[in-house]
Design a protein. Sequence first.
Length: 461
Amino acid sequence: MSRDPLITDLITRLLDGLPEDAVLTDPDVTASYSHDMASFCPAGVPAVVVLPRTTEQVQHVMRTATELRVPVVPQGARSGLSGAANASDGCIVLSLIRMDRVLEINAVDRYAVVEPGVINADLSRAVEEKGLCYPPDPSSWEMCTIGGNIGTASGGLCCVKYGVTAEYVLGLKVVLADGRLLTTGRRTAKGVAGYDLTRLFVGSEGSLGVVVEAVLALKPKPPQQLVLAAEFSSAAAAGDAVCRIMEGGHVPSLLELMDRTTLKAVNDLARMGLPEETEALLLAAFDTADPSADLAAVGALCEAAGATQVVPAETPAESELLLKARRLSLIALEAVKGATMIDDVCVPRSRLTEMLEGVERIAAKFQLTIGVCAHAGDGNTHPTVCFDAADPEESRRARESFDEIMELGLELGGTITGEHGVGVLKKEWLAREAGPVAMELQRAVKDAFDPLGLLNPGKLF
């Protein structure tokens, strides 16, 4: 089959600065790079996929793209849930997974320097050997990349105590749309020189530049955590317990919630013997010097809120079993119908109960199974709509229910995305949340960094 002359020229120019094995052109292969894990997000057909290993190779790609006016879609592991990594027709997919080196671990100044393709869990294990910890831990931490975490400003189970990715990015090296290399930030504990360009790139979903190196803050490795499980007969009681724990000044290393639908799905998948008769299961953990005392205090608060049973783990092994159930939640819900839409609406902790009860009403209205697991300690809920993708009517109801969940979140004073990003899936909702003045300024920032609009077009706005 003859190839479009423009694509032939593009490939020829890319090969001038890239090894042959870094340029993929087979349509069957490039198709596998066309989308991330989000549902209902259109994806185009890339012209070529490139897999650079060096900053200089990324610069060559961007210079070539600028000269030929070809859009570029940066990608990590494609584990995202918003369509932010989806290809556009005729684009260069710039996959950064081969840039996977941990360049430096500094135990004195407590930072690591890494390339964007480093897997989150690999970095955690590498710094642990030095007695350090990189806290951000998305549920997909065994496969997601640091570059992807930075692009979507991802969170995880430990955010209630340790915060999100944005709080750990000290500095960046970024290849701009025209191929120039920008260095931002610092390697010091403090630094306030000029505008905070580093923070601007975190959560920008590859729309402002291509991150090729990151300086990440580290913390001392904490003691091993212990987990408590508390069962509740209503979402309201579980929500009340969350409020009591946080109001009481406790700082759990995680505070997670699973509703009845989620518990049943995990049991069906893994036969873990979780209590399906309960309406909500709250998991609280502490990694303090005396976690047993902290668990006892929180257990008493759960009982005061109406917990029907409180079971503190006595060993790290028991704790890990409980956390395994939480980490299996999204996989288990996907198995219910074969497809899911995973929301990540974040609301004030004080309105968590209203969010949970509202999702239950939406599930009944649309006659759908919607399970909720949540980072309850920071109000970040994951209502997960289960549906049969082969059924057009059910798919329509799934999409409509998803939108109603986002609307509910905004009504409760929340945000449309706590950690998954906007991508394609939520860009119309971004405009509703941010408002016209903010959107005008965001577009102006985009134009300043990428005047030709080549970087990840069609995402965010």
